[in-house]
Design a protein around this ligand. Structure first.
Ligand code: RIB
Ligand code: CA
Length: 325
């Protein structure tokens, strides 16, 4: 059976789990990665582009255009990155061992990430999927620069938020939303279909030392690089988050959900608002799940599908995909 091929624009803050998501997109028969935009978050936007270009070179995919996006959120400044989680170079100290970043090909002036996204939305009008796995600043800028963008996008999948579970960057806020709540609110309020992949489900999919070692010993150079960078990620999760040597597969799980490669067990379409106040719940994603009490299902007029639960076993699919690169 031929797989449906989705043209995908990836917006990322290439950190370690972003690198896993990139590998998933490169390996999946369902994805045609047509462009990458980078954004502040785990590391600065230019560093994320450097990491992305080097990883694409490692996979032999220098054909994919990469454009640097927003270095700061709509309100405030760059957070300084997540060195404790992703390392100083954003990918667990692996950058220096990767091939040099090859200048991004494509039109004379790839422009910035927003220019690239808008260009791709015309080139793949009605089919382009956006996978956003960092703060949503580029998407917010794109909505202002071209309000008709929403009419040409097939879907927006966002790794971000926390519906019924605690946050990670703050008690009530997940990192991607925390780093730019205003941009997240603009994204969920726009008239395009959004699938939100929050910590509620991403924290249930972890990769442990057994899988990390399997990647580190793989024949695929990309898989080996992932295995090496995951050591830093597992160290953080073991000491700070889980108390066991395993780490959550936030970004790659969002890629799999976008491509329909992981079964959704509980994913109602409901109204969502992002808290943009300056209080203790700033950056929280307020998902109106009251409707689910009487009968689980979609709320008429709501545009955000919140993925609360997915089928287990994604780590095996991800590992096989990375080993195939
Ligand atoms: O909260 C997890 C998210 O924040 C992931 O996208 C991770 O890469 C960081 O950006
Ligand atoms: Ca990310």
């Amino acid at each position: 059976m031929t797989e449906t091929l989705h043209p995908v624009y990836l917006d990322c803050d290439t950190g370690i789990d972003d690198a896993l998501a990139l590998g998933h997109l490169l390996a999946s028969p369902r994805a045609d990665l047509v462009g990458v935009g980078t954004v502040h978050g785990n590391i600065d936007a230019a560093g994320a582009a450097e990491n992305t270009l080097r990883l694409l070179a490692l996979a032999g995919r220098q054909d994919v255009p990469v454009a640097v996006g927003a270095g700061t959120p709509l309100a405030g400044g760059f957070s300084g990155g997540a060195v404790a989680v992703h390392g100083a170079d954003g990918i667990g100290g692996v950058r220096a061992s990767l091939p040099d970043a090859v200048a991004s090909p494509g039109p004379e002036d790839t422009g910035d990430a927003v220019d690239l996204l808008i260009r791709l939305s015309h080139e793949y009008a009605g089919e382009l999927q956006i996978l956003a796995i960092g703060p949503l600043t580029n998407l917010a800028h794109a909505l202002v620069r071209d309000p008709t963008l929403v009419d040409r996008i097939a879907g927006v999948t966002v790794m971000g938020g926390a519906a019924l579970v605690p946050g990670n960057a703050r008690p009530a806020a997940e990192a991607n939303i925390w780093h730019d709540p205003e941009a997240a609110q603009a994204t969920v309020a726009a008239s395009w279909p959004v699938t939100l992949v929050p910590l509620d489900t991403t924290m249930e999919h972890t990769l442990d030392e057994t899988y990390r070692r399997r990647l580190a010993e793989a024949a695929s150079p990309y898989a080996r690089a992932c295995g090496e960078m995951l050591d830093v990620y597992l160290n953080f999760y073991e000491t700070v988050v889980l108390g066991r040597r395993a780490a959550a597969l936030h970004d790659p799980l969002a890629a799999a959900i976008m491509l329909g490669e992981v079964a959704l067990l509980d994913a109602p379409r409901v109204h969502v608002e992002v808290d943009c106040t300056d209080g203790p719940s700033r950056g929280s994603t307020v998902c109106d799940l009251r409707s689910q009490r009487k009968a689980p299902g979609d709320v008429p007029g709501a545009t955000v599908r919140v993925v609360l639960e997915t089928a287990p076993g994604y780590v095996d699919l991800l590992t096989e995909l990375l080993e195939s690169l």
